[in-house]
Design a protein around this ligand. Structure first.
Ligand code: CA2
Length: 146
């Protein structure tokens, strides 16, 4: 069975508390349940990790080398600031798909820039929780083409 690492960045653990018009009203616990169901349907083993710390996310990506077949990552605010996260993705070479709950291309100018995307095979944005399912499917399709 394929093993997929799902990484969520800063403040995703607070989903549902504020800004439901942007991120939806459901909680991080709801997101974990959604991902669990999507993974079961896709026949993959999903391991979920969330951190508010850039270094912890880099550490998690590094330990994925040789252990995971793919990564689905929502780097949250680090999408727009981090060079270390895309460097880590490139360093380990584990195929990754970037996901965002909101459509970052239609938001503030600073959110329209993603440093992560060049280290990912695809980006899914603006589809809420469903985007994680699509990211998982994109990753599996990508791996089957190899
Ligand atoms: O749309 C996305 O998934 C984001 O990655 C979410 C990040 C944001 O910084 C990115 O620009 C786009 C923020 C995640 C959580 O933010 C919250 C805001 C208010 C209440 C709870 C969470």
């Amino acid at each position: 069975m394929k093993k997929i690492l799902i990484i969520n960045g800063p403040n995703i653990n607070l989903l549902g508390l504020r800004e439901p018009e942007i991120y939806g009203a459901r909680s991080y616990a709801d997101l974990l349940a959604f991902i669990g169901e999507a993974a079961a349907e896709a026949g993959v083993e999903a391991h979920c990790f969330q951190s508010n710390s850039e270094g912890a996310i880099v550490d998690e990506i590094q330990q994925a080398y040789g252990r995971f077949d793919g990564i689905v990552i929502n780097p949250a605010a680090y999408t727009h600031t981090s060079v270390a996260i895309p460097d880590a993705l490139k360093a380990v070479g584990v195929p990754a798909v970037e996901v965002h709950l909101s459509d970052i291309s239609k938001r503030e100018a600073y959110r329209q820039v993603s440093y992560t995307s060049e280290a990912c095979v695809a980006t899914v944005a603006g589809k809420g929780f469903e985007g994680y399912r699509e990211a998982l499917e994109t990753l599996l399709a990508e791996r089957n083409e190899r």
